[in-house]
Ligand binder design. Structure first.
Ligand code: AMP
Length: 278
């Protein structure tokens, strides 16, 4: 496994590798969710590239960039064990060289939910992913459904900008108690960790209602809020029942829906989502 830190080293390393190339962009603190993406990439590709970069541009001013967990040595071991060929672990200046002055800004699909809760977040995501796509030139890149809107934003960008990398989405990997794996889980206190599965339970209560025939989106949102409210440590930020293609909030559920939420536990912001209605 080769670890490269500069744009030039990455390009040089990629010049001679067998194709197709699969790219897995990450912010590190790797867990089984990331590994599931790497395994899929391994199955599809002759060369697997993982990027490890905590991207400052996708964090708001009052967000947790400084507190985001980091452990490169452990991440490199995980990559080695998962059969990664090249790790790209650049500095901030290497990704955004002096004078860097471009923003990739995706439109409507980046507006609601995470886009509304975290202004500028998706500009940061789209910009760094565009750079990674350009640098790696992978045939495919792999993303997790846990960050559902992120995948929608990246798909839109890749289509609009004619980027030659296909976007592949993989299912959310969960702990046994339903909590979606997330690097941020490492920052929960034991009590917060014990409370956190309520997020998935709340979404499941929502999907169960829809399966049972509920058609009023407001009733589904209420049910999700009610379950979240059973845990005093949990502070919901938003609960959404939206069209999975446009992410517009629904009044009536007549087809498929995306149930999603963001909530704080111990000051740690967690997100999750479930599909409902087939
Ligand atoms: P991150 O390091 O959190 O930016 O995540 C890097 C990639 O891993 C993104 O495409 C995430 O959607 C994906 N990912 C994060 N958590 C999970 C999970 N629990 N299951 C599957 N994919 C995940």
């Amino acid at each position: 496994m080769l670890v490269v830190r500069t744009r030039a080293e990455l390009r040089a390393a990629l010049a001679t590798v067998p194709r197709p190339v699969g790219l897995v962009p990450t912010m590190g603190w790797l867990h089984a969710g990331h590994v599931s993406l790497v395994e899929r990439a391994r199955g599809d590709s002759a060369t697997v590239v993982v990027s490890i970069f905590v991207n400052p541009r996708q964090f708001g001013q009052r967000e947790d960039f400084a507190k985001y967990p980091r452990n490169e040595a452990r991440d490199l071991e995980a990559c080695e064990a998962a059969g990664v060929d090249i790790v790209f672990a650049p500095t901030v200046d290497e990704v955004y060289p002096p004078g860097f002055d471009t923003v990739v800004s995706v439109g409507a699909i980046a507006g609601p939910l995470e886009g509304a809760a975290r202004p500028g977040h998706f500009d940061g995501v789209a910009t760094v992913v565009a750079i990674l796509f350009a640098l790696v030139g992978a045939e495919r890149a792999y993303f997790g459904a846990k960050d559902y809107q992120q995948v929608q934003v990246i798909r839109r960008m890749a289509l609009d900008l004619a980027l030659p990398t296909d976007v592949v989405t993989m299912p959310t990997v969960r702990e046994g108690d339903g909590l979606a794996l997330s690097s941020r889980n490492a920052r929960l206190s034991p009590e917060g960790r014990a409370a956190a599965p309520v997020i998935h339970r709340a979404l499941e209560a929502g999907t169960a209602l829809v399966s049972g025939g509920e058609r009023e989106a407001a009733a589904v949102r209420q049910a999700i809020f009610r379950v979240l409210g059973s845990e005093p440590r949990v502070t919901p930020e938003y609960v959404s029942v939206a069209d999975p293609d446009t992410l517009a909030e629904l009044d009536r559920l007549d087809g498929r829906a995306l149930l999603s939420l963001a909530a704080f536990i111990d000051g740690v912001r967690l997100i999750d989502n479930e599909r409902a209605g087939g």
